[in-house]
Design a protein around this ligand. Structure first.
Ligand code: HMG
Ligand code: MG
Length: 387
């Protein structure tokens, strides 16, 4: 972890402008130990690293977080979740999925969610890109019918490259999802990997025609529920290369099962680098089934990755990955990154409130340790200040 240390030492304490409650958080970092020589070296290093300090969080709660819930969730709750998240400072939200409702019934009203985003000017402190999964021609047709109906209601990729801040207009992104093993591809997509890649061409090219970003997931990169731990990282790199050549803007590497460990995360990312895949084209998507998501995040950070997927309240699971639990909680991710002096732009207090609210709505326990601790600390502070 040597290369993370300088960032850690002199990390500026950030107070978020949208933070309703200003609790002073004391992260246990190396900055607590004052050492002038080390500090001088760290200052120099920090200047070099500052531009490298920003982390992009993709909040996947409304899609990955909800898709596996068995009880039908009202559309109003899904929209309220998206609207609440939009106020936290997060700039990427995965909001739904244009998949077969027979396969994933919970995502059936994603059209209504996209239409809401395109027509209702969801308020947010920063511009937001909303992402939707689409695995095939039918998925892109359904999404593009809505996007064409509301042409001009969203910002295109060219406009955002040109630096246009188009009022409150959202950006939209479509995401395909390949698998690193044949067994998982068949279970999740009902076809083999090669056929899935052919189908994704319709989506990626369709997204480009609409002028929007295309994301591409690769699932089970660190362990498959059907084929075990030994997923070939070279196969992952080969699929990633095909997706990038197809026109994907970003590859999200999915540890769907949470079977990933630090050494194997390291090995995977080394293999991606050896295949010529740039860190800025990679996102990491960790499920936290074995509690390794933040350890694997630290390894990824050290290798230069700066985009991470997470879900508020630790929601989530894939219907075709038996036994896998939620995504790493956004609250845990933000707390961890900020303890290292990295900037996420996200209001942790607001995120903790949302985690508590949505867990209650779903009738499940809040799965974010940090979320619960933040709410607990707030309660304690409120009770001591009223004495
Ligand atoms: P299929 O049965 O082979 O498809 O499923 P088909 O082409 O034979 O069509 C069957 C029926 O589905 C037809 O309807 C189609 O119209 C309809 P019918 O004529 O019988 O009434 N259909 C669709 N309807 C709406 N939208 C569509 C669509 N496509 C077909 N896009 C298919 C193939 C890909 C559709 C199916 O396997 C599917 O929907 N799979 C999605 C599974 C899924 O969503 N899994 C969860 C997301 S991935 C994930 O969570 C992992 C991730 O988080 C990363 C990680 O953690 O690793 C991303
Ligand atoms: Mg997932």
């Amino acid at each position: 972890m040597a290369s993370l240390r300088p960032i850690t030492r002199l990390a500026p304490r950030r107070t978020h402008p949208y933070c309703a409650v200003h609790l002073r958080r004391h992260f246990a970092t190396a900055s607590d130990i004052r050492n002038p020589t080390a500090e001088a070296a760290a200052t120099q290093h920090q200047q070099q690293q500052r531009s490298d300090n920003k982390v992009k969080i993709v909040e996947v709660g409304p899609r990955d977080g909800l898709q596996n819930e068995k009880k039908s969730i009202p559309l109003a709750t899904k929209i309220e979740l998206v609207e609440r998240l939009a106020k936290t400072g997060v700039s990427f939200i995965e909001a739904g999925s244009f998949v077969s409702p027979r396969w994933v019934p919970q995502m059936d009203n994603s059209s209504e969610i996209l239409e809401h985003i395109l027509t209702k000017m969801v308020s947010s402190p920063v511009p937001i890109t909303y992402s939707f999964l689409a695995p095939n021609a039918k998925g892109i047709d359904n999404a593009s019918a809505l996007l064409q109906k509301h042409t001009g209601a969203y910002i295109t990729q060219a406009e955002s490259f040109a630096g246009a801040i188009a009022g409150d207009k959202p950006a939209i992104e479509l995401a395909v999802f390949a698998a690193a093993t044949e067994s998982f591809s068949k279970k999740n997509l009902n076809c083999d990997i090669a056929t899935s890649l052919e189908k994704f061409k319709d989506v990626v090219q369709g997204a480009k025609k609409l002028g929007i970003r295309a994301r591409a997931y690769i699932s089970v990169v660190l362990g498959c529920p059907f084929e075990g731990y030994d997923v070939d990282p070279h196969k992952v790199a080969e699929i990633a290369t095909s997706l990038l050549e197809m026109g994907a803007d970003e590859i999200s590497l999915g540890d769907t099962t949470g079977m990933g460990t630090a050494p194997r995360t390291q090995e995977l990312l080394k293999c991606m680098a050896a295949a010529g895949i740039r860190n800025e084209d990679i996102a990491m998507h960790f499920h936290d089934t074995y509690g390794q998501a933040l350890v694997n995040t630290a390894i990824s950070l050290e290798r230069g990755i700066r985009t991470f997927d997470s879900a508020v309240g630790g929601l989530g699971g894939c219907p075709y990955s038996p036994g896998a639990t939620g995504n790493v909680a956004t609250e845990n991710m933000v707390y961890f990154l900020e303890s290292l002096g990295m900037e996420t732009g996200i209001d942790l207090d607001a995120m903790a409130d949302i985690g508590q609210w949505i867990s209650k709505e779903l009738g499940r326990p809040n799965d974010s340790a940090v979320g619960k601790a933040v709410l607990g600390a707030r309660k304690t502070e409120a009770s001591t200040s009223s004495l």
